[in-house]
Structures are given as structure tokens and as C-alpha cells.
Write a protein that binds this ligand. Structure first.
Ligand code: ZN
Length: 190
């Protein structure tokens, strides 16, 4: 499966001229959840990540909610191991819902998209402060140009550059192209 081609087909990756939620403009818009709408697609991404770790075993897969939930579950299913997630409580990433980890439990942390690596790092911290050992991290997409450092070895199925510009220096604006807010006037091809 060609990852980015699949993202384009499912409108998870749009190309044009977009106003991001930050107010910055970008020629690309990524919404990973759209690529994971169909369980058979999510299962294929999960299998592809699992195959990257063919020579390793993990006790548990963990993901930062919400973005990591579907792909984390899919990887755990492919590896037939336990799946748990971390989520925020009063702004702090933590384990809730009665989830616990054992001392030295070996964990793979899985996220949908890594941009700065912030939520993966917070997920790792939440697990390691409870004694678990996070051995690796994975994501479907790496938006960090390979630069995000999460403190453990990390893989991604695909790299994607998503440049962003302040409106006053946006090259698409300069060409007079209209900027679209994804989700408002964007009409799905499906
Ligand atoms: Zn623009």
C-alpha cells in the first residue's frame, strides 16, 4: 500500500491552499482520521507498522488519545498484544480508566502523526514514571522532517512535508489563490 496515495484517495491529505487552525496558510492539509475510517484500511496500516518490528516483541502497545487510538489498536491487533492509552487529565498526560503497567513492561508507543513528537513524548513519560520500559515509537506519518526526538528509536511509514506560512508571506496568497478552511467550505469527493 502506498501510504500517501491512500491518504489522497480518502481525502486525509488535501492539496491546495488552506487556512490551518493556527491561522497559518499551507498548500497541504492532513487529517489522519479520514485515512482510518474503514477498519480494513486501519488494519493494513497497523500490519505495516507491526512488520517494521518483526524482530522485536512488546508486551503492550500504548497510544496518546485521541489521535493514536485507532492506529494503536490496529498495531496491537496485528501483534496480538494488549492495547492501552494515555489521555489528559487537568492538562497532564496520564493513564486513566484503571489502566496500569508492570515494572519493566516493554511498550511500543504508536501515534497517527508525529509533528513535534510532543504527545508521544508525554505518553512515554506517563508510562515510564509508572515503571514501564518504552522501547520504541511509531507513527503512520512523520511531519517532522525526521527531526522529532522522542527519546527512543522511532519509525514512520511515510514522511510528509507540510509547509506553513504567515498569510502576509504566503506564496499562494501572493498568486491570488483563494484560501480555504478545511471542514467549512471543503466538499468531500466521496
Ligand atoms: Zn495563503
Amino acid at each position: 500500500m502506498e501510504i500517501l496515495e491512500h491518504f489522497r484517495k480518502t481525502d486525509a491529505l488535501l492539496e491546495g491552499h488552506f487556512v490551518l487552525s493556527s491561522g497559518l496558510h499551507s498548500p497541504k492539509y492532513l487529517q489522519c482520521a479520514r485515512a482510518l475510517q474503514y477498519p480494513s484500511d486501519a488494519a493494513q496500516f497497523g500490519q505495516a507498522i507491526a512488520e517494521k518490528f518483526a524482530n522485536e516483541t512488546f508486551d503492550t502497545i500504548a497510544s496518546p488519545a485521541i489521535g493514536g487510538l485507532v492506529i494503536g489498536f490496529a498495531v496491537a491487533q496485528a501483534l496480538n498484544v494488549r492495547f492501552i492509552w494515555t489521555e489528559r487529565e487537568n492538562g497532564m498526560m496520564t493513564l486513566r480508566r484503571g489502566f496500569s503497567v508492570k515494572e519493566n513492561e516493554k511498550i511500543l508507543v504508536v501515534e497517527d502523526v508525529i509533528t513535534t513528537g510532543g504527545s508521544t513524548r508525554e505518553c512515554i513519560d506517563a508510562l515510564e514514571t509508572r515503571g514501564a520500559k518504552v522501547a520504541s515509537a511509531a507513527s503512520i506519518i512523520d511531519r517532522s522532517y525526521g527531526k522529532a526526538d522522542v527519546g527512543v528509536p522511532r519509525i514512520a511509514l511515510a514522511s510528509l512535508e507540510v509547509p506553513s506560512y504567515k498569510p502576509e508571506v504566503c506564496p499562494m496568497c501572493e498568486r491570488g489563490e483563494e484560501a480555504i478552511k478545511p471542514g467549512s467550505r471543503f466538499q468531500s469527493k466521496q
